[in-house]
Design a protein around this ligand. Structure first.
Ligand code: HEC
Ligand code: HEC
Ligand code: HEC
Length: 476
């Protein structure tokens, strides 16, 4: 057995030489390791014009946008200039994964590049606030490589101050207590501006079976006002007993949705109302026939004439229905009372549920006065919901059906959580029978970590405080 030479048996000069070689090797490793982050210091940042264009004339927004361009766009924009080592095998695939994930969660161009004079959306504000407050962005593995890209306390402050000022100017309902004035969650307004005569007409039409092909269904058949504005069925049943492909969302507070339908294919309530009437598996009618039918009703003809010069038309019918739906607002839930300053409106457990709801990012998507209805979000951010559920249908495509853009597949309009205790079963596919199931799935598929049973229970208790009043009476 041959002895392997050990350092101790060597003459002194050889020992020194070996030590020096080791030192040199270590130095090379250190220099190589540092060269990448150091090189990043010399790579020019995002050019800063694309997003900045949308902040023209608004110095506060411009400052924030510049910060985001410098620190965030590497992973939150589709087009970006990557460092040279993004072409190396391991680094490249890590960077690609981060970029794909980052884009899935937030495409800053889509969310921050608004039309002129339009504020950034409530959801984008809530998401930014959430990561800035929790200090999770940019990710640590990124700042290790990019020494100049973390957010200082002053920079965080700049971003948060801007978020709150936009919120106050554009989204606050104005009836929250001082401490909740700029909270992402807002109380519902207690008054709505409508034309009472059109509302009365719309109310009748909403309940009118003549809007269906065989005079059997009205809007209330699937949106019963005593069932939380839904049919409480997995998916809806249309005329001649046809089973529809998708769950009926509530009409209560739908007026606050930024678009209508799960995939947002209708711009507003008036636009939406035309849909179900002509849908062959919903009301299965034809608009010309419906208008003809209603024109036989002389009293109704008079009523329309008094309000609309055009009399009974598809447009005026939908307009009156939309006006009625604008009154389907359910204020004064216990949660609203709490936001309006009644500190004891919620129990200790409900408050813990609210805290979990905020800390786990639920309030970033379920945000604003309706706790939802303001964005299309990927169902299954954290885990693949559709692979777990199986049996894909066209209804699962979500926003993709409207835009045909791959990045919109499986994105749905976030449902409102107002009166959610009454709007079972849940999700677009009606797959979750109970609120417990829905909350557990949300934690698993949408947020950073799954909930324990106790956590699910607390969040469910909180969600029960969102049941409000319609015409002064609590919904049940
Ligand atoms: C190295 C890539 C990278 C950089 C740089 C980066 N992000 Fe992210 N971001 C991600 C990834 C990956 C996710 C996915 C979720 C996670 O890891 O928490 C994400 C998620 C997010 C989300 C969604 C969080 C949620 O739970 O809804 C927001 C908002 C966000 N990032 C904002 C920022 C901001 C603001 C910056 C700059 C200050 C930034 N990101 C910089 C990769 C990045
Ligand atoms: C046969 C059952 C059925 C009838 C009848 C029906 N709806 Fe719906 N409604 C649905 C379903 C299902 C959806 C969801 C469809 C989708 O998103 O693709 C929906 C969606 C809606 C939405 C969108 C809510 C949201 O959050 O996006 C509104 C508003 C609405 N209906 C109002 C009406 C009105 C007004 C009428 C009467 C003109 C009506 N519905 C008749 C089943 C019905
Ligand atoms: C990334 C955005 C996002 C986050 C974060 C999120 N949700 Fe959701 N939530 C959605 C979307 C989208 C749906 C509709 C999913 C579907 O229909 O397939 C939904 C549906 C729900 C529903 C069912 C409502 C209904 O009427 O069908 C409940 C309840 C719910 N979420 C609660 C929560 C809770 C609790 C959390 C935090 C643990 C949470 N959500 C986090 C986007 C989000």
């Amino acid at each position: 057995m041959s002895e392997t030479p050990v350092l101790d048996n060597c003459p002194a000069p050889v020992k020194r030489l070996r030590k020096r070689r080791l030192l040199l090797a270590a130095l090379i490793v250190v220099v190589l390791a540092l060269s990448l982050p150091v090189s990043n210091l010399f790579i020019p940042h995002q050019s800063g014009t694309a997003l900045a264009r949308f902040a023209a004339g608004d110095s506060q927004r411009l400052e924030v946008v510049s910060l985001l361009e410098r620190n965030c766009l590497d992973c939150h924009a589709r087009e970006t200039k990557l460092p040279f080592y993004a072409r190396l095998p391991i680094a490249g695939s890590l960077i690609e994964r981060d970029r794909a994930d980052g884009l899935k969660y937030m495409d800053m161009f889509e969310e921050l590049a608004t039309m002129e004079g339009q504020p950034v959306s409530e959801v984008a504000l809530a998401k930014l606030e959430y990561v800035v407050e929790s200090g999770t962005m940019p990710p640590t593995r990124y700042t290790i490589m990019h020494w100049d890209r973390w957010l200082s306390d002053a920079e965080k402050d700049t971003i948060l101050t801007w978020i709150r000022s936009v919120r106050k100017a554009h989204y606050a309902t104005g009836n929250a207590a001082k401490e909740f004035e700029t909270d992402p969650l807002q109380p519902l307004p207690t008054e709505v501006k409508v034309d009472p005569q059109k509302v009365a007409l719309g109310n009748k039409l909403f309940h009118d079976v003549r809007l269906s092909g065989d005079n059997t269904l009205s809007c209330t058949s699937c949106h019963a006002l005593d069932k939380g504005g839904t049919d409480q069925a997995r998916t809806s049943t249309g005329i001649r007993g046809q089973i529809g492909p998708i769950n009926a969302p509530t009409v209560y507070n739908a007026v606050f949705n930024f678009k209508q339908f799960w995939d947002g294919r209708a711009e507003d309530l008036q636009d939406q109302a035309a849909g179900p009437v002509a849908n062959p598996i919903e009301m299965g009618a034809n608009w010309d026939e419906v208008v003809e039918k209603l024109r036989q009703d002389t009293a109704l003809v008079e009523e329309f004439k008094a309000l609309y010069p055009d009399g009974i038309t598809q447009t005026t019918i939908c307009n009156a229905i939309a006006e009625f739906e604008a009154t389907l607002v359910t204020p004064n839930s216990r949660f609203d009372q709490y936001l309006m300053g009644k500190a004891d409106a919620l129990t200790a457990e409900e408050l813990e549920g609210l805290k979990l709801f905020r800390e786990n990012g639920c309030a970033t998507c379920h945000t604003g006065r309706a706790l939802g209805g303001q964005s299309f979000e990927l169902m299954g951010r954290r885990a693949d919901y559709f692979a777990d559920r199986g049996n894909l249908t066209d209804a699962d495509n979500g926003r993709f059906s409207v835009t045909q853009r791959e990045q919109d597949r499986f994105r749905f309009k976030v449902p409102t959580l107002r009166n959610v205790a009454l709007t079972f079963p849940y999700f677009h596919d009606g797959s979750q029978e109970t609120l417990e199931q829905a909350v557990r799935s949300m934690a698993k598929y949408q947020t950073r970590r799954p909930f324990t049973d106790q956590e699910v229970e607390k969040v469910v208790k909180f969600l029960h405080t969102l049941t409000g009043e319609y015409q002064g009476k609590p919904l049940q």
